[in-house]
Design a binder for this molecule. Structure first.
Ligand code: XMP
Length: 321
């Protein structure tokens, strides 16, 4: 079924919120629902819409899958507690790393994340809680890119012909599916989410795993996590659409203190984009690039090479896998 887009300029956030709260309420009825909050603008918006509609009958989890950025679970949980929304932390490190072990193909890694999330984590959480619905913040761009076969966005199910009730034991409600990211930001602002959330640069569902070429192990996640922190600190005032660090699989010869150092490569990407469908690299000042190289090679152990991506999307994509 074709999804009817609500263009950001045609959106009336107050009306949209009222409609979606009513819709969620009437679908779930007197039953229970669950949702996963990651702290991105999409899942944050759904969390607030869901709580307005269902109150305590929506149980919100933060799934700590081991591939999030530094300090993210604690920070997001406390931000929502401040808004009166109780979020339960679910430790899924083992489930995710077990599912990802030995995989190097990008689509296989994405599929493993989907299975870990929907089958192993939510299949059980939903069964234990007695909920029948999972609320999630799928947006129109996620659907289009998956259906076009560009890459499987981890949260696309029904649009790929997957019957979630049959496969995982629950139905999925997607209140934001007609919107682009810019529209979701407008809704988030009207919902009184903090600026830090409604202005947050996009972050992919598969988290840092989308930025690791080759196998995803806790050690390799830690390297990209440290590089990500530096990139975010250095580029947060650029007004770019998104900025990220990628860990490459190949090593290159470097030299440290006069000795050979066969080390790791980090690629930095910084994007100008409106909707993530197309993008171009931000023309960062050379001093900024210089500082990034300096900090990453001194603060992230084992890295001897830092590159900056100068390719547009297309043919590149924003993330690496
Ligand atoms: P790509 O890499 O496809 O990314 O050019 C387009 C936008 O989508 C984000 N992204 C994802 N978001 N689930 C998501 O919710 C995913 O699986 C996923 N993969 C990429 C990416 O960060 C960019 O903003």
């Amino acid at each position: 079924m074709k999804i009817e887009e609500i263009k950001t300029e045609d959106l009336h956030p107050e009306e949209f919120i009222k409609l979606k709260v009513e819709e969620i309420s009437s679908i779930v009825g007197t039953g229970l629902a669950v949702n996963a909050l990651s702290g991105g603008v999409d899942s944050s918006t759904v969390t607030i819409l869901g709580h307005r509609a269902l109150g305590d009958r929506l149980k919100t989890y933060f799934i700590d899958n081991g591939i999030m950025r530094e300090g993210e679970p604690e920070h997001i949980i406390s931000l929502f507690e401040d808004m009166g929304v109780n979020v339960e932390l679910f430790d899924a490190n083992e489930i995710f790393f077990d599912g990802l072990r030995g995989l190097t193909d990008p689509e296989e890694k994405r599929e493993a994340i989907t299975q870990a999330f929907y089958k192993d984590v939510f299949g059980n959480l939903v069964m234990e809680s007695g909920a029948k619905y999972l609320l999630q913040g799928t947006n129109l761009t996620d659907v289009e890119e998956t259906v076009a076969g560009i890459k499987r966005q981890h949260n696309i199910l029904a649009q790929l012909g997957i019957d979630t009730e049959e496969t995982y034991g629950y139905k999925v409600i997607e209140p934001l599916i007609q919107l682009r990211k810019s529209g979701i930001r407008r809704v988030a602002k009207v919902l009184d989410l903090p600026e830090e959330i409604y202005k947050r640069p996009p972050f992919p569902g598969p988290a840092l795993a989308a930025r690791i070429i080759g196998e995803i192990t806790p050690e390799r996640v830690e390297i990209v996590r440290k590089a990500t922190k530096i990139v975010e600190e250095e580029l947060c005032n650029t007004k770019a659409f998104q900025y990220l660090a990628i860990l490459h699989e190949d090593r290159v010869t470097g030299v440290r203190e006069g000795k050979r150092d066969y080390g790791l490569q980090i690629e930095v990407r910084c994007w100008d984009s409106k909707d993530a469908i197309t993008g171009s690299p931000t023309r960062l000042p050379y001093e900024t690039l210089d500082r990034l190289a300096e900090r990453i090679t001194t603060e992230v152990s084992g890295v001897v090479s830092v590159t900056y991506n100068i390719t547009k999307k297309p043919p590149s994509t924003i993330e690496a896998i």
